[in-house]
Design a protein. Structure first.
Length: 165
């Protein structure tokens, strides 16, 4: 049998520590540069849109006054459609609210019924039954108090028991 060679580990390489030079740009500088780039891009887009709009108007032989009139008419139509859509949405929301109320009542009745059934199966009296029993006990207590007062003569004293030794 051939002897096996032991696998030796290669010595671990030293990790280079990269030293970075602190950036001279601050966060404010970065934000400012980003903002300026965004403004530049928007300005260029706006200029391109204006150029294409002028070409479109020229190609279709539309004057700026005609375009302004068409836009005003479009704005009025959009406002009318927006109001109509708002009325439809409000009506739909009202229907949904009514349906939610109806469903809430149905769920409450079903839950009350289930709780009442569970209490009945455990022989636990309901709040109404407890109230009724409390009222009856108070009525009987008043009745008993009335009987005690009737039994005792008005001038009679309570007898005290004397302990006999």
């Amino acid at each position: 049998m051939a002897a096996r060679k032991k696998a030796t580990r290669a010595p671990a390489k030293r990790r280079r520590v990269r030293r970075t030079v602190p950036s001279t740009r601050t966060t404010g500088d970065v934000l400012r540069e980003t903002w300026e780039a965004a403004v530049t891009a928007l300005t260029a887009a706006e200029e391109e849109m204006a150029r294409q709009l002028r070409l479109l108007l020229r190609r279709n032989r539309i004057t700026p006054a005609d375009a302004a009139t068409a836009l005003a008419e479009l704005r009025v139509r959009l406002a009318r459609e927006r109001a109509r859509a708002r009325r439809r949405i409000d009506g739909g929301v009202g229907d949904i609210a009514a349906r939610i109320d109806q469903e809430r009542k149905t769920v409450r009745r079903a839950l009350d019924s289930a709780v009442h059934g569970a209490l009945a199966s455990f022989d636990i009296p309901s709040r109404r039954e407890v109230t009724e029993l409390t009222r009856k006990v108070e009525e009987l207590s008043r009745h008993i108090e009335g009987l005690r007062k009737v039994r005792r003569p008005a001038g009679a004293r309570k007898r005290t028991r004397v302990a006999r030794a």
